[in-house]
Design a protein around this ligand. Structure first.
Ligand SMILES: Cc1ncc(COP(=O)(O)O)c(C=O)c1O
Length: 383
């Protein structure tokens, strides 16, 4: 059996979720899966695909109408025929991208900590070296100075996840320009995981907007409908890059899945015609985040400040507990499941992550319980 696979421990978010499994009062703030159902148009289109027997293999690179819609809506600088591949969720997109890039055990891929665990695991599974750069002292962002220390002749790519899971952080325009110029100068690929791109404010400028014909060669975008359209179970992702890269990626797609479910691709077309749904969901979850951040500010609990994404990363060290201990304590005493920060890298054991893509009443309960916990340990009379 594959020794590298044996060494990989699976993402234990589900373990923390299971702590409240049989608890009737349990509130799950672990997993990044929106609590609303998927858009009605998605269901209609899937149903229609079944009834009209649109059930055969689709093209290896994905349904043309779907590719066209994605490009028109999110990536207008890309060509729908040669620069986009539809994948089985962005997870398979990530796997295919790394499979396409990595060719030797010497290859290195830079990831910014805290990071989405799949980055680390897939790089290792493919035999390359994940090079983690801790960003906790640089506002949770990579920059030229930090990269300069780690980039070498073996560096193939760096992965940027913005808005980030678990911190919610995204880069400013000038920070993006710096990263873009650096990667072009060093000729390394930049893999941008934009799965949370919907959850941004008006100041957000996507990397895509900065690309010219030269820099475009170095960029690979990974995205999908799991988070923006709450379609986690439909498994629709997409990867955009230059035509040469996409040619190879297409082969990987063929070898791994032949093609993506034609029914779900029709559902994706339906979902992409429903802008109202996304706007509603975006406002709702960003509002949950803002409410939680306000409460943390008031309670003087340190957190990573952000206006993007739907996670909040909280430093719990002042309670003399590690993130893990805090999560166990909260699930046992307050019936709320949370995720400890060390799932996103060893350096983050003081943190917990709260997923805010949930009903507003669940976030309110968390705030109430957190407040009463703080009151209980500090005997604050006003509570
Ligand atoms: C940063 C990031 N990338 C990718 C994914 C995978 O999403 P999916 O495979 O459902 O598209 C997730 C899921 O939580 C994520 O947080």
């Amino acid at each position: 059996m594959n020794e590298r696979l044996k060494q990989i421990k699976l993402h234990p978010v589900r373990y923390y979720k299971s702590l409240i499994k049989n608890d009737p009062q349990g509130i799950d703030l672990t997993i990044g899966e929106g609590h609303f159902n998927s858009p009605f148009n998605a269901k209609l289109k899937a149903y229609e695909a079944l009834l009209t027997n649109n059930t055969k293999y689709s093209q290896i690179e994905g349904d043309k109408a779907l590719r066209k819609l994605v490009v028109e809506k999110y990536y207008p600088k890309y060509d729908e025929n040669t620069e986009i591949i539809i994948t089985n969720g962005s997870s398979q997109g990530l796997f295919n991208v790394l499979l396409t890039l990595i060719s030797s055990f010497e290859d290195e891929v830079i990831i910014a900590g805290p990071y989405y665990p799949a980055y680390y695991n897939v790089i290792r599974l493919l035999g390359a070296k994940p090079v983690v750069i801790d960003t906790s002292k640089s506002q949770f962002k990579l920059n030229r100075e930090l990269l300069e220390i780690k980039v070498n002749k073996n560096t193939k790519a760096l992965i940027i996840n913005e808005p980030n899971n678990p911190t919610g952080v995204s880069y400013t325009l000038s920070e993006k320009k710096e990263l873009l110029n650096y990667s072009v100068e060093k000729e390394i690929y930049v893999i941008v995981d934009e799965i949370y791109r919907l959850y941004t404010d008006s100041s957000y400028v996507p990397f895509h907007d900065l690309l010219d014909n030269n820099s475009k060669k170095y960029f690979i975008f990974i995205n999908g409908l799991s988070k923006s359209h709450l379609m986690t179970g439909y498994r629709i992702g997409f990867v955009l890059s230059n035509p040469l890269f996409c040619q190879q990626l297409r082969k990987a797609n063929y070898l791994i899945v032949s093609s993506i479910s034609s029914i779900m691709q029709q559902a994706a077309i339906g979902a992409l015609t429903d802008d109202y749904f996304c706007e509603f969901v975006k406002k709702y979850y960003l509002n949950n985040v803002a409410m939680l951040l306000d409460a943390l500010k008031f309670l003087k609990v340190p957190y990573v400040d952000t206006t993007c994404g739907y996670y909040v990363f909280i430093d719990v060290s002042k309670f003399n507990m590690s993130g893990r201990e805090f999560c166990l304590f909260f699930s046992k005493n307050y019936h709320i499941a949370l995720v400890p920060g060390d799932l996103f890298g060893v350096d983050y054991s003081n943190y917990i992550r709260v997923s805010c893509c949930k009903d507003v009443t669940d976030i309110v309960k968390f705030v109430e319980f957190f407040t009463s916990y703080i009151a209980s340990i500090s005997q604050i009379s006003w509570l």
